[in-house]
Write a protein that binds this ligand. Structure first.
Ligand SMILES: [Zn+2]
Length: 486
């Protein structure tokens, strides 16, 4: 070998060495991998089984829009992860710390994700497939763990970008080989992952960040793994977990989706709306057909809808039905009974159709925020057709009244279901519209006694309950439910 060739070889060697120096984004991932136990150790892990206890939040269903006091205590928690296969199965028991509409008894839950198939297993063993949107969230949740996200980030097929420093953390964006996007943050001192964030669409909240924070790292089979997890959805803590036991490469059990779920037709969106119309009295229609009903009210020169529930699909179909029933009068207002997500999920659609919203005053800020929020991940009717919010609020009582119709809205005081719930009283027709505080025909009626007290306190004369859930029923049935004799 000549001297020239030796020199050339040296330059090539230096150049290769230079190429091997990690980029800043790769350095963050490499640091995290080294802190967790090394890339080779991470790659060798087949399963992780985590046991513990914690809490689940009650997002969008608490006493007021800002309240966070309602939680489920989580016990017997077990999460089995097939690390390479990105399959997870969670078993847990949830016990509400509040007056829950399904009652106070603990509920066992089994939920999982296997590829594109998300599933739940009921207490009787029946497995059902969850909608694709929920399955996507579960696929993302698999990577809300230091081991799985760093393993995915080490994959040469992953894309790393946007390295940055934020306070005491270094942060990098990770797009997995499967196309899922995350933000990974590590501690600048220990280099251990501190949190993972992913974005998803929520019907009510629009674009939301789901963030899982990690703490209390412990040594497990040559790895550092966290023993404390806290998950926030937007601004609300939706889950906490304190690990009592975790094992690497223990028997994870069968993590394949049950056949009933695997072979079920994928659910790609909300169920098509089926809106039925039943005349309850002159100028009053009950718009039912599925789980959440609405009531249409005809005034002298306009129409008002009570409730735009669930989502765009339901709310837009109900609005169309209202306009079809009374084509000669404009539909101008929607009364929202309360902020709970299943009852407020169609409000943005109603705003997009030009309706003014009437709700209890403590929910005003909630609707201002709901209408202002970004819905870019899954643009909804309001995102496609932006309109300003027209909001009218009720404190304890408000009359909606003209020559042909009178409806009085009352706040239901002291209900265990919520502090801001409105009921709608029709004095002439002796009807009362309510949501959630009483479901005619329901198995249990934990809020009925308080509801009846509210009716008596107001001296309302009621013949029929026209519910947002369940069938129209006589007042006498409510009395029986409230007394626990039915
Ligand atoms: Zn509710």
């Amino acid at each position: 070998m000549t001297k020239t060739k030796t020199l050339l070889a040296s330059i090539v060697a230096v150049a290769i060495g230079g190429c091997a120096r990690p980029t800043p984004e790769r350095q963050i991932v490499d640091d995290a991998a080294a802190a967790l136990g090394g890339a080779d150790r991470i790659a060798a892990v087949r399963t992780l089984v985590i046991e513990g206890s914690g809490t689940n939040g009650n997002l969008g269903q608490d006493m007021t829009p800002d309240a966070t006091g309602q939680t489920f205590a989580v016990s017997n928690y077990r999460r089995a992860i097939d690390v390479a296969g990105a399959r997870v199965r969670i078993e847990q028991t949830r016990t509400p710390n509040f007056t829950y509409f399904q009652g106070p008894q603990p509920q066992k839950q089994v939920l999982g994700i296997d590829g594109d198939v998300g599933y739940n297993v009921a207490a009787n063993g029946n497995a059902t497939r969850v909608p694709n949107a929920a399955a996507r969230d579960r696929r993302a949740e698999v990577f809300h763990h230091p081991l799985t996200i760093v393993r995915a980030a080490l994959d040469p097929a992953a894309t790393l970008s946007n390295p940055r420093t934020a306070g005491s953390e270094s942060v990098v964006d990770v797009t997995t080989s499967g196309g899922l996007g995350f933000t990974l943050a590590i501690d600048n001192g220990t280099k251990l992952p501190t949190r993972v964030v992913s974005m998803t669409d929520n019907v009510n909240l629009g674009d939301v960040a789901i963030e899982t924070s990690f703490a209390d790292y412990q040594d497990v089979s040559g790895l550092k793994l966290p023993a404390r997890f806290t998950t926030n959805t937007d601004k609300t803590t939706t889950a906490t977990l304190q690990v009592s036991k975790q094992a690497v490469d223990a028997d994870a059990g069968d993590l394949a989706a049950p056949e009933a779920a695997r072979s079920a037709t994928p659910i790609t969106g909300p169920a098509p709306a089926n809106v039925t119309a039943e005349v309850v009295a002159k100028g009053v229609w009950w718009l039912a057909g599925q789980s959440h009903h609405s009531v249409l009210v005809e005034f002298s020169d306009h129409l008002t809808l009570i409730e735009a529930p669930q989502n765009d699909t339901r709310a837009l179909a109900v609005i169309a039905k209202a306009r079809e029933l009374v084509p000669g009068k404009p539909l101008t207002h929607v009364v929202n009974t309360h902020h709970h997500f299943d009852h407020s999920g169609g409000i943005r659609a109603a705003v997009s159709e030009g309706l003014a919203v009437i709700t209890q005053k403590a929910s005003a800020a909630f609707y201002q925020d709901a209408v202002a929020r970004a819905h870019t991940i899954a643009p909804d009717a309001l995102a496609k057709n932006p309109k300003p919010l027209k909001l009218e609020t009720v404190d304890e009582e408000l009359d909606l009244k003209d020559a042909s119709m009178t409806v009085t809205l009352y706040r239901i005081a002291g209900s265990g279901h919520g502090d801001t719930i409105l009921m709608a009283y029709f004095p002439r027709e002796r009807l009362l519209v309510e949501a959630d505080v009483y479901t005619p025909g329901g198995a249990i009626a934990p809020y009925a006694e308080n509801f009846l007290e509210n009716i008596k306190k107001r001296n309302l004369r009621v013949d029929k309950i026209v519910p947002i859930h369940g069938a129209i029923g006589p007042f006498a049935d409510l009395v029986k439910a409230a007394q626990g004799t039915k």
